[in-house]
Ligand binder design. Structure first.
Ligand SMILES: Nc1ncnc2c1ncn2[C@@H]1O[C@H](COP(=O)(O)OP(=O)(O)OP(=O)(O)O)[C@@H](O)[C@H]1O
Ligand SMILES: [Mg+2]
Length: 341
């Protein structure tokens, strides 16, 4: 493929009708006293209807800020500095607080990493979920809301849902609280569920159950999921598409099979090599050398060049753009791009 024929992500502006959400060149920056922290710096991402999309990368690379930008939850001094968030014919980046709130919660909902932060400690969990339902569907009334919540509690695998309806958050285990949060996120049958490290605080058995549950619920109601994780095992398990993020940018993107079969970007290769595998000596587990660069002082060229075993002079001086190196497989790496020419 000649360089001139390559489609460059930055120039794509059309909305595919099959996508529930599209991020175009999204920039979410923090205007700090020390300078501008570009937590999300030109991210393009598409979530097709009914699909599960994974966003992976090391701590601090901008995953949560991407999610928070969609929900309009960036905290000061952060704000959307550019780009668009296309959802249902609207650009969420340009909506006012009131309109955004009516979409977020009903059509888009989010499960946070720590379930306690999204539950009110002094309200019974059933009441909290039914309030969410009633805010968006006041016509159904309290009795019907209670019935639907109990039914949803049963679906997310909460034992004795009738009884648990009247429990306070502190009376439930971490796994049960996370189930309540999933019930709350799913109760309005959202078009998009954003799950930010939804299982990190849980043990592996419960993690597997919760992932399966989200997958089932989404299949039943046609909900799309954006799942944020640093765990490539989770990605392999449930995602259709994967976006790999590094220092505020997407560095590789492909469908899950393609990515695991033909990983191309040196950063993703490093992430893959650091997955523990049975039979391998854990003491010899690979770790990517160096540390994530400070977002205030990024290298002039590729943000990964200081840690990359293959970096060249070009990598140190020029920024690689996310480019399609094979059908449906995108990488922001000069070496990958040169190979595909
Ligand atoms: N209030 C703030 N002021 C300045 N910079 C911030 C602020 N909040 C976040 N950031 C920057 O945003 C970057 C991205 O943060 P984000 O929470 O999105 O990372 P993450 O990929 O979700 O990491 P983790 O896996 O640890 O959750 C951080 O590296 C940090 O530099
Ligand atoms: Mg995060």
């Amino acid at each position: 493929m000649a360089m001139s024929e390559k489609k460059e992500k930055e120039t794509v502006t059309k909305t595919d009708p099959e996508d529930v959400l599209e991020l175009h060149d999204l920039k979410s920056w923090f205007y700090t006293e020390k300078g501008i922290v570009k937590a999300v710096d030109g991210v393009n991402l598409r979530i097709p209807k009914g699909k599960i999309v994974g966003l992976v990368g090391e701590s601090g690379c901008g995953k949560s800020m991407t999610a928070r930008s969609i929900m309009g939850l960036l905290k000061f001094p952060g704000r959307i500095a550019g780009g668009s968030i296309l959802f249902d014919g609207k650009d969420l980046a340009k909506l006012g607080e009131k309109e955004l709130r009516s979409i977020c919660g009903k059509d888009i909902s989010m499960v946070f990493q720590e379930p306690m932060t999204s539950l009110n400690p002094v309200l019974k969990v059933g009441r909290q979920v039914s309030e969410t339902l009633l805010v968006h569907n006041p016509e159904i009334g309290r009795e019907e809301a209670r019935k639907r919540v109990v039914d949803m509690f049963g679906k997310v695998g909460i034992p004795e849902p009738e009884k648990r309806y009247d429990s306070y958050p502190h009376e439930l285990s971490g796994g049960l609280r996370q189930r309540v949060c999933i019930a709350m996120a799913m109760i309005c049958r959202p078009k998009l569920l954003i799950a930010d490290e939804p299982t990190t605080a849980l043990d592996v058995t419960i993690e597997a159950q919760i992932l399966k549950l989200m997958q089932q619920l989404c299949a039943e109601s046609g909900t799309s999921i954006l799942i944020i994780t640093h765990n490539l095992g989770v990605v392999a398990e449930i995602c259709d598409e994967v976006y790999v993020m590094y220092a505020g940018r997407i560095v590789e993107q492909a469908d899950t099979f393609e990515l695991f079969d033909h990983v191309e970007h040196p950063y993703t290769k490093g992430l893959m090599a650091s997955i523990p595998r049975i039979g391998k000596n854990p003491e010899r587990l690979y770790t990517i050398p160096g540390v994530v660069p400070n977002l205030l002082h990024l290298p002039q060229g590729c943000a990964f060049c200081t840690r990359c075993p293959c970096a060249t002079e070009q990598c140190r001086t020029e920024k690689p753009v996310l480019t399609e190196i094979r059908e449906g497989h995108w990488s922001a790496c000069f070496l990958n791009q040169a190979k595909s020419e």
